[in-house]
Write a protein that binds this ligand. Structure first.
Ligand code: GLN
Length: 548
């Protein structure tokens, strides 16, 4: 029998209240009480996974070690808990329905009528319970969306049923709502919370804990009122105030006593959390001395959420170097030769993040040239590395027609190309890849090993010979061009263990202070308590560059 206890987190009134952050912060405090904690996100939309969703709309696709393309909240979870997330930690309604329909087609329902209740809700319950294990004390389950949404209903019904099935003290409901402050009457208003809880109770869920998002801490009288009208204990209503620094949230929750109440309701061992690392983190992030400005040259610059992990990883790099990192997001489609100087002068570092499609590539290539020639620290991630290689081939190695097959399928020098057969190092299988068949799942996804070349900058930065990093791309460097480029000074510094796939490139220190590219996405594995080596060193180089 597993001993895992479940905390179900729902949201009401409005979306974007920071439910993911609240769930991650609760997880972080529980973890610092010595408990083993995991989190799962249930997304009510019908996409099977967020992999095919437009980052403009949905924000970043977060990739896990096991190659799942997940909601960006999983990034928060991993950063706050320091526990790797995986496929099991994110289910969408689409994935649940897909499984149910597949079972139906296989005849597993023995000819019965397949319905939302019980077949779909059973599938959801099984997904939730798959987290349970003898090694896990608490599983937080965040139900995406807002109470009242049609598509959330099967998920809410599933968690309603689970409370009873799990038995007393084994689960609880946390509801996050908005408690607005009306300056005209000078008071907090509890009505939206009351309505949201009424809706929740209509479904059969009585919250145990209510967390009110607010600008100022909720006064005792409003907490009392919410408790009375929403039928919860008075000491189970908490404030979640807007904070400048998101690392403060676990500390604020602790001060409010959120973990204490959870411990009582779930009969968890009484233990004081050790929040020293969080306090230190807040202290460090508030006492940064200098600053550096990094230009991020990309396509999805309008929605900052599209580069969520990247933003975080750069900030982590700033923390270890004692500097604040300012971001200048540049839309590469607008970056033309004439405006290069205007935009890029004064930058302490330039970064090209991952991306898809050829839109804006010319601007990215111009940014590489600028960084290479002016010796500005430059970091190319995934598509960014591919741009580095194309630029180098064209401008330094004289292959003026070099391109990626992705941008020009007919180009004569496909320096970045689609490998038709491809060896999967994890499964040991040879795969035939067809990028044009199905948009989901045709990519190299998840963690792969990479061997670093002795004496390279990459190896020096990592302090290791073998690393594991996460991938999400279709195209690879074409080894046919390796010799030609290395003769002109491009260093191939990271390879798949069989030497077949180029994973990292760089320029020698004598040629450039910091010019590094990687085919993987290191930003997914940077944590506030353990900044990623590449971001740490990139910001170090930017800091040095800024001091001239
Ligand atoms: N579009 C490129 C590829 O598929 C790069 C992908 C990325 O940057 N994540 O290979």
């Amino acid at each position: 029998m597993h001993k895992t206890k479940f905390i179900f987190v729902t949201g009401g009134v409005l979306s974007s209240l920071g439910k993911g952050l609240a769930a991650a912060s609760i997880g972080a405090i529980l973890k610092s009480r010595g408990l083993k904690v995991s989190i799962q996100k249930l997304d009510p939309y019908l996409n099977v996974d967020p992999g095919t969703m437009n980052p403009f709309q949905h924000g970043e696709v977060y990739v896990t070690d096991d190659g799942a393309e997940t909601d960006l909240d999983l990034g928060h979870y991993e950063r706050y808990l320091g526990v790797p997330m995986g496929r099991i930690n994110n289910y969408t309604a689409g994935r649940i329905y897909n499984q149910v329909i597949a079972k139906e087609r296989r005849g597993e329902y023995l000819g019965g009528t397949v319905q939302v209740i019980p077949q779909v809700t059973d599938e959801i319950k099984a997904a939730i319970l798959s987290l349970a294990s003898p090694n896990l004390d608490v599983a937080l389950v965040e139900v995406g969306g807002t109470v009242g949404d049609i598509e959330s209903l099967p998920f809410l019904e599933a968690i309603r049923q689970l409370k009873k099935e799990l038995g007393p003290f084994n689960s609880l409901y946390v509801h996050l709502t908005l408690v607005p402050y009306l300056s005209t009457s000078g008071e907090h208003k509890s009505k939206p919370t009351q309505h949201s809880v009424k809706e929740l109770r209509g479904i059969g869920i009585q919250p145990d804990i209510i967390i009110g998002r607010c600008e100022e801490p909720l006064p005792a009288d409003i907490k009392r009122k919410i408790a009375l009208f929403c039928n919860v204990d008075e000491d189970a209503v908490f404030s979640s105030v807007t904070v400048k620094n998101i690392y403060e949230v676990p500390l604020r929750f602790y001060e409010e006593g959120v973990d204490q109440k959870i411990a009582i309701l779930l009969q968890l061992p009484a233990q004081n959390p050790n929040l020293t690392p969080w306090r230190r983190l807040v202290q460090v992030s508030e006492s940064l001395q200098g600053q550096v400005t990094i230009a991020i040259v990309g396509k999805y610059v309008e929605l900052k959420e599209s580069y969520k992990s990247l933003h975080e990883a750069l900030a982590h790099g700033g923390l270890v170097n004692g500097v604040r990192v300012n971001f200048l997001y540049l839309n590469s489609e607008e970056l033309i030769e004439k405006s290069l100087e205007k935009h890029l002068r004064g930058m302490d570092g330039i970064l090209i993040p991952g991306g898809f499609g050829m839109r804006g590539v010319d601007g990215k290539l111009l940014a590489v040239t600028y960084a290479r020639e002016y010796k500005v620290p430059f970091f190319g991630i995934c598509l960014g590395m591919q741009c580095m290689v194309i630029e180098f081939a064209r401008k330094v190695a004289g292959l003026s027609l070099a391109n990626s097959e992705e941008f020009d399928p007919d180009c004569p020098d496909k320096i970045i190309y689609l490998m038709s057969t491809w060896y999967d190092h994890r499964s040991g299988r040879q795969e035939v890849r067809d990028a044009h068949s199905d948009l989901g799942g045709t990519m190299r996804l998840g963690a792969y090993p990479c061997r670093l070349e002795r004496g390279s900058l990459a190896q020096h930065i990592y302090g290791q010979d073998l690393i594991h990093e996460r991938h999400r791309h279709r195209f690879e460097f074409n080894n046919k061009y390796m010799q030609q480029l290395s003769e002109r000074g491009l260093v191939f510094s990271g390879f798949s263990p069989d030497g077949q796939l180029v994973e990292m490139v760089e320029l020698k220190l004598k040629d450039h202070p910091w010019f590094v590219g990687c085919q993987f996405h290191p930003e997914f594995k940077s944590y506030p308590m353990a900044p990623h080596p590449l971001f740490r060193d990139f910001i170090r180089a930017a800091k040095e560059y800024s001091r001239g």
